[in-house]
Design a protein around this ligand. Structure first.
Ligand code: CA2
Length: 146
């Protein structure tokens, strides 16, 4: 079975525990479960990870070069700052889908620019945590199409 890495950046470990008015009530464990079930129904394995450290996300992207068919990534605040994450994703050959729980274009202007979007094959924003499931569905389709 092909594997999809679902990578999450800083502070997303707080999902479902703080600021529910912006990010909702579901936790990252809930997201991991929902994506794994959906992935299984569509013939892909999902692995969800979160880190508050930029270098760890970069290392996971490097590992994905050998281990994963696609990357779903919510880089959180690194979206708006990290050329290093963009460089790492540029070295990954499979499809990349960027997810944001909130609609970053409806928020402060510093959230409107994404370095990761320069590499992403698709971007989902403002669909809440359902965005992760939408990304898994899209990824399963892209992987099946080769
Ligand atoms: O909307 C998104 O998914 C974001 O990537 C979330 C980031 C933010 O910096 C981006 O601009 C948009 C923030 C993640 C922080 O997550 C929290 C979740 C619950 C409570 C506190 C923080």
């Amino acid at each position: 079975m092909q594997r999809i890495e679902i990578l999450n950046g800083p502070n997303l470990n707080l999902l479902g525990k703080r600021q529910p008015e912006i990010y909702g009530h579901a936790t990252l464990d809930d997201v991991a479960r929902a994506c794994a079930e959906l992935g299984q129904r569509h013939g892909v394995e999902t692995v969800l990870r979160q880190s508050n450290r930029e270098y760890e996300l970069i290392d996971w992207i490097h590992e994905a070069r050998e281990a994963a068919a696609g990357i779903v990534i919510n880089p959180a605040a690194f979206t708006h700052t990290s050329v290093a994450l963009l460089d790492a994703l540029n070295a990954f050959e499979g499809p990349v889908i960027e997810v944001h729980i909130s609609n970053i274009h409806k928020r402060e202007s510093f959230r409107h620019h994404s370095y990761v979007s320069l590499r992403a094959d698709g971007v989902i924003a403002g669909c809440g945590v359902q965005g992760y499931e939408l990304a898994v569905l899209r990824m399963a389709r892209l992987i099946a199409a080769g």
